[in-house]
Design a protein around this ligand. Sequence first.
Ligand code: URA
Length: 434
Amino acid sequence: MRTVDLILRKRGGEELSVEELQYLVTGYTSGDIPDYQMSAFLMATYFNGMTDRELSALTESMMQSGEVLTLSDIPGVKVDKHSTGGVGDKTSLICAPIAAAAGVPVPMISGRGLGHTGGTLDKLESIPGFRTDLTVEQFRAQLLELGLCFIGQSEEISPADKRLYALRDVTGTVESIPLIASSIMSKKMAEGIDALVLDVKVGNGAFMKKQVDARRLAQAMVGIGRRLDKRVQALITDMNQPLGYAIGNALEVMEVSQTLQKAGPADLTRLSLELAARMIYLGKITPTLDEARKLAEDKLMDGSAYRKFKQVVQAQGGNPQALDRFELLPNASGMREILSPRAGFVSAIMAEDIGRASQMMGAGRARKEDVIDPAVGVILEVKVGEKVEAGSVLCRLYYTAEENLDEAADLIEDAFRISGARPEERELILEVVG
Ligand code: URA
């Protein structure tokens, strides 16, 4: 088999066989297939998509590229949650401790920032000392002890996704239904879970801009789960403005801490509680979803979810005091305000542009080897629907280097739309699939 022939066939819109996709995944994971050939294959897939057969074969090859864990020795129904990627989307760090505090074992394998979106691992690693590169044995031990552990794709679990994810991030091949579905489901199915809650984002800050595409992505992932005998439920949720107010790694951790202490933004709190409730329900802790919603709220309100998060931070080498004393988190050295050019209502905040601007300032990567700056980002002062005066602050940019700052500020200024009429309110949770 020659890689170039497979690229040509995919470019020509042909269906590849199970063996051919296995050859590509194995060859790329071992280093035999170089980045430039895999980039060409990814771009051909981006344009031509994949059949259901190809998607299953790609996902299973990626899943089999490392260890497939069995966690049957750990009591309970193991449930994880994953988002397809958004701006300011820090719900994993809130719903996972809530679900764990309610008694659901949560083995969570997360990703890094991708494109203009942030990643759970980068956010966690902004907590001084926090380690996500645990061995499988450490992962298992922590799950048994605390009921929650956060790790990343590694050489042991889903190494194919680790490499493909980093390559897609810098080759313009992120926004593809089969590539997103295989990336998410390969690592999730490798971690030994029984059930999964997915948050499929739709809107200007998501990879899927239209609800019909978000639905197709949700259905593809629910279908993969069903074929592998796992319960998967997907919420399709609005990403037409950043979630919460904070965008950028350490800034988002601060907002997570506030939310776990009942002082978080309404949209972030509401979505995190609903995701946690679905995890609790799929985890069979309660017989009904309504009871799960009540339990999720109790675990947030009585402080046990916050205590759980702090225990996990400590267990993974992080300093839990940083969650109460934000001066212990990485802090930016400079701040610039973006002001409203006129009075009116905020009618849109283009989340993708806010994400891109944060990435430019150092919160995300432009090349695979880039090191991110955990301190930088944006704090919104307003959300869609709010009234502003001319000259009032729309948001604040937190930076550590002047490089790219003007360009980022211009992008952010253009991201805010101010109009004379109050915009219609949008639903946050749009649909449930599965
Ligand atoms: N999250 C992932 O893990 N992979 C993607 O491709 C997108 C979001």
